[in-house]
Design a protein around this ligand. Sequence first.
Ligand SMILES: C[S@@+](CC[C@H](N)C(=O)[O-])C[C@H]1O[C@@H](n2cnc3c(N)ncnc32)[C@H](O)[C@@H]1O
Length: 353
Amino acid sequence: MRDTALLPPTEEELPHLWQKPAFDVLLAGLKKLRVELRVWTLHDSRRDILEEQAATAHDRREIVSFLSTIIKSSLAWLDSDDERELIWEEASKRMSERCGRTAMGEITRCWPFEHCDHGSFSLAIREPPLAGDSLGLKTWGSSYALAQLLHEFAAGPLAHLFVPGAISTPEEVLELGSGTGLLGLAAACIWKTSVVLTDLPTIVPNLAHNASLNMQVVEERGGRAEVAPLTWGGGKDGIDARFRALNRYQLIIVADPLYDDDHPALLTSAVDEQLALNSDARVLVMVPQRDEITKGLLCTLREELAQRPHPLLCLEESIVDGQDDWGDEHDHDEMGNVGFWWGIFGRGQPASA
Ligand SMILES: C[S@@+](CC[C@H](N)C(=O)[O-])C[C@H]1O[C@@H](n2cnc3c(N)ncnc32)[C@H](O)[C@@H]1O
């Protein structure tokens, strides 16, 4: 049976333009068609998602046709130009929401976290409209998938860094390519630690906005978050003062960093410059297995890391299921499901030893 609270109105439930519906009726109909962006979870019932998607696909053509009829109509029966403008604007927004994430305006999504180890909290993350290839203005699936595993890493393969008073306890965790900041802010909350979130200078203003938006949540949970620009392979000129002293960080985290041919080498240089040289230091990386190109970039990253003078070797790895909305539907199955690979790297013996 159809759950009207969850699904958009059907064709029969939409107002008919030939009946010249009143302004209020049209506006209410358009508001009901708002597309709410999914927050990915690893625990969604497959059946629920399939039912929701089937219903959405069935109704999509009728809804788009309804919206374009409104946009083309003169709406001559409405009382004023202001009312007409509002209806056209609202119909255009509903249309652009159906053109995918890249056509959408600014949104703020709430990302829930709940586990007996760390209790429940949520982070509000702003995503401005995407501009050019500024992929860091969008939140990618692996940042949420990795954030939901952080408590397990602290109790498992990264436990030696979280023993209170241990010499290798990180004073600060460094995140590279933070984007909108979901992973780094979650790390500050879940690990109750200080995290420096970094990205390209163009991405930093929105990242800083999200850090201040969530500062209270982070601090209430015993964490700290700071934001700074850090360009991988950016050289020493203009580098933020805190990154000039090299090999300072005991723990570096990074989600979804590989989508260009030069990323494995650039990321390797940033990791190698910033990660401490001792054998306790670790890098936690997540790379979605979305296509053969990304899998190839991950192979190159492993090779690059292993070839440094102080080689970085993968000590533990696995793949978890998750959801992503990168590219088109050919890159993942119809549910948007992809495998998210994670790996933990540590320093091996120097090549000359
Ligand atoms: C696919 S996004 C992932 C963002 C975020 N980690 C997430 O999962 O939502 C890749 C990120 O790497 C950043 N990035 C790409 N090249 C970079 C470089 N040379 N230096 C620093 N950051 C870079 C991008 O700006 C972007 O934020």
